[in-house]
Design a protein around this ligand. Structure first.
Ligand code: UDX
Length: 445
């Protein structure tokens, strides 16, 4: 496993839990030292437990010596970052760097699997790079694409219970090797740490063998479609506000049609995280590069950016001047059950509030320390009620259960003014009004 970021660690931990022997490496020596000391650099439900048990069983190890890790494996998963460049295009320099490392260190044939999200045709380039960089050693490499669909917050569960496992390959032997790697998951013969062995009966994962280009496209096409769905719901919410309808009623009814499906129709502050925003950009860029104008996706991206503007219109309308106001921000992570703040809508909210001179008191169960490093000017409280004390307004930015279940009667007594602007539609407008709150959300009256 090359790259111990989100996908690398979850993949490594889960494959080790499923019985494989996994060696992990990363360019970040501190990260490797932390992992070797038993630490877990990211917060993800179940991850710490399975890393500990895999380590005790001797099935997972970490080394900063990349060459050692490369020589140890027959199959090498590349899980390095592919961040966006200024123009939205994916920066593939880490993949190129890893290709050189693999080619130079390998002494026996390897199956090199890209798990990082990459634009279509990267696998072909990777194959060429491996061949070019290994001219001296003459080692043979096969390349495969195995996109990862896991969601942060439920990553371990998603890995063990996938809807589909997609492998893009050039030959039958690569497909067979990958099928063997995933056999415990396909046959459900592992001990599931999420359900403690008693997994609910569900449909079995499909193992799909495609070309490398198709596999790469499947990942971008899936993420972009989901992003499109969210933006669609956000436009419907806007319409609902203007017409006087309720977006929850509308999207609920829409979602009952199995052709549409109920997921990813939640209106609010829009999508964030390290996948959707960058994947949408990269997909638009890729389409443009081959002469396809992906207008529909550009619009989805624009709608998403406008969600924050619409949120601030509501904030300004309710609070009028922001300067000098005390504002509680509930939620910093880009979604619930993660400490990830990358491209989190909440960060943009905090930034704008601070720029306008508001006093920000923020709360989040997991993402405080990361946000504090970026915005030390704000005050942070683990306890949401402390963030709400003396606040002129509460802005809800992440759908954590602790916020969903807040006792607003208690909170109302602590706040200077009973005003809630809800960017995630967590509460019933009627109930909030009964409690004496001015309450604003998305697409509801
Ligand atoms: C996503 C994909 O779901 C996953 O398959 C892929 O492997 C990686 O990218 P993730 O980034 O973990 O996963 O988050 P996801 O749960 O998809 O949510 C993305 C963003 O959309 C969050 O900011 C979330 O709050 C927002 N969202 C989601 C909405 O605004 N409305 C919705 O209805 C659903």
């Amino acid at each position: 496993m090359i790259g111990c970021g989100y996908v690398g660690l979850v993949t490594g931990a889960c494959l080790a839990e499923a019985g494989h022997e996994v060696v992990c490496t990363d360019i970040d020596r501190e990260r490797i030292a932390k992992l070797n000391a038993g630490g877990v650099p990211i917060y993800e439900h179940h991850l710490e437990g399975i890393l500990t048990s895999a380590r005790k069983a001797g099935r997972i190890s970490y080394t900063a010596d990349t060459a050692e890790a490369i020589r140890a494996g027959d199959a090498i998963f590349i899980c390095v970052g592919t961040p966006p460049k200024e123009n939205g295009e994916a920066d593939l320099s880490a993949i190129d760097h890893v290709a050189r490392q693999i080619a130079e260190a390998a002494r026996s044939p390897k199956l090199v699997i890209e798990k990082s999200t990459v634009p279509a045709r990267t696998g072909i380039q990777l194959g060429r790079a491996l061949a070019a960089y290994s001219r001296e050693t003459n080692v043979r490499f096969r390349v495969a694409s195995n996109p990862e669909f896991l969601r942060e917050g439920t990553a371990v569960e998603d890995f063990f219970h996938p809807d589909r496992i997609v492998v893009g390959v050039e030959d039958e032997s690569s497909a067979a090797e990958l099928r063997e790697i995933y056999r415990p998951i396909l046959e459900r013969s592992f001990h599931c740490p999420v359900h403690n062995g008693a997994c609910p009966a569900g449909h079995k994962a499909e193992f799909l063998v495609t070309t490398i280009n198709s596999a790469e496209l499947i990942k971008h096409a899936s993420n972009s479609f989901l992003a499109l769905k969210i933006s669609y719901a956000n436009v419907i919410a806007d319409l609902c506000e203007r017409i006087g309808a309720d977006v929850e009623e509308v999207t609920h009814a829409m979602g009952l049609d199995p052709r549409i499906g109920g997921q990813f129709l939640r209106a609010g502050l829009g999508f964030g995280g390290f996948c959707f925003p960058k994947d949408v950009q990269a997909f638009i860029h890729l389409a443009g590069a081959v002469g396809v104008d992906f207008d529909i996706l550009k619009a989805a991206d624009r709608v998403n950016k406008q969600c924050i503007d619409r949120f601030f219109e509501k904030v300004r309308k309710a609070l009028w001047v922001l300067k000098g106001k005390q504002v509680a921000v509930l939620g910093l992570a880009f979604k619930a059950n993660t400490d990830d703040i990358r491209f989190a809508p909440a960060l943009e909210v905090v930034k704008r509030l601070l720029e306008e001179g508001a006093h920000v008191h923020a709360s989040d169960p997991e993402a405080i320390s990361r946000t504090k490093a970026l915005y030390p000017q704000a005050a942070y409280h683990r306890d949401a009620y402390e963030a709400l004390r003396s606040a002129d307004a509460a802005l809800v930015c992440t759908e954590w259960d602790v916020f969903r279940n807040l006792d607003w009667e208690r909170a109302g007594k602590l706040m200077a003014r009973r005003l809630v602007i809800d960017g995630r539609n967590l509460y019933s407008p009627q109930r909030m009004r009964e409690l004496g709150f001015e309450y604003y959300s998305f697409g509801r009256e």
